[in-house]
Design a binder for this molecule. Structure first.
Ligand code: SAM
Length: 270
């Protein structure tokens, strides 16, 4: 957190946070922290790879969007694209990606890396596209964990997809919510109820949220996908691979070998 902006360290708490407050907090947090995020994780993500999460599962191997060759010519929307690394990989497969993110600073990093992908600064809850504009939508940890109303995002994705379109997104695995966000042994004991949906909020001295994450159980996520108009065709829980020795926040080889860290939902629209 920036000491110029906050007189004191933000306080971490659990309390309700509306969609508007969550969106405002996310925009501010990612604008302030984009430089650090890209400096810490940019090398792991690569400039033009599609990595689903801290385990390092690569779309080139996973094929969750469909076989690489079948991406050619598809209109693809990437939501919460950050520096658009995934979109750059999609472009290299011959797809026509559009990278959308709420954070201006994240999109500036996308431009720093290259200008081959169209960028859109917008909130995932109100997508600025006509109905049926895309064949495919995807998101690696973008937007979904940070919004109060994921069904609104899913309905918007459904609206902008063409019939038969696929929507694939990764989020923090819901099981992690019960454990402290620590990479070491202290992160291995259940410390909170998995069933407590109260958002995690960091707030400033005025009580305004500066960072918000929303928890949904696995069942909630499935129901949200269905309420958004999709069929769930797969739920992927990437296992921690032997080659990956890096820690990413609370994700680590120690924890990754014992509990799932990421959940990837593969959904289809009728
Ligand atoms: C954890 S980062 C992931 C970025 C990128 N997908 C990656 O794998 O590096 C989450 C991204 O979601 C974006 N985001 C958060 N809330 C959003 C919202 N409501 N609409 C659009 N983007 C949002 C943030 O600005 C941030 O760039």
């Amino acid at each position: 957190m920036s000491q110029e902006i906050y007189a004191a360290e933000p306080e971490a708490t659990r309390r309700e946070a509306s969609e508007a407050e969550s969106s405002r907090a996310s925009r501010g947090w990612w604008d302030r922290n984009a430089d650090e995020y890209q400096s810490d994780h940019g090398a792991f993500l690569g400039d033009d790879r599609f990595v689903w999460g801290p385990e390092g599962l690569d779309e080139a191997e996973a094929g969750l969007l469909g076989p690489g060759a079948s991406l050619r010519g598809l209109d693809v929307l990437e939501i919460g694209a950050g520096a658009a690394q995934c979109s750059r990989w999609l472009a290299a497969q011959g797809a026509r990606p559009v990278a959308l993110d709420l954070s201006h600073r994240q999109l500036q990093h996308a431009l720093r890396i290259g200008d081959e992908v169209p960028l859109v600064e917008a909130d995932a809850g109100v997508l600025p596209f006509r109905d049926g504009s895309f064949d495919l939508a995807c998101s690696a940890y973008g937007a979904v964990p940070f919004v109060a109303d994921p069904v609104q995002v899913f309905r918007e994705v459904h609206r902008v997809l063409r019939p038969g379109g696929r929507w694939v997104f990764s989020v923090t695995h819901p099981v992690r919510w019960a454990f402290p966000d620590e990479p070491g042994p202290e992160g291995l004991s259940v410390a909170a109820s998995y069933f407590d949906r109260t958002p995690y909020v960091e707030q400033d001295e005025r009580g305004d949220a500066v960072y918000v994450e929303h928890h949904r159980t696995l069942g909630d996520r499935v129901r949200d996908v269905v309420a958004g108009g999709f069929r769930l065709v797969d739920l992927v829980e990437p296992e921690w691979p032997a080659w990956n020795h890096q820690e990413w926040g609370g994700w680590s080889p120690l924890r990754g070998n014992l509990i799932p860290g990421t959940a990837i939902f593969v959904c289809e629209r009728d």
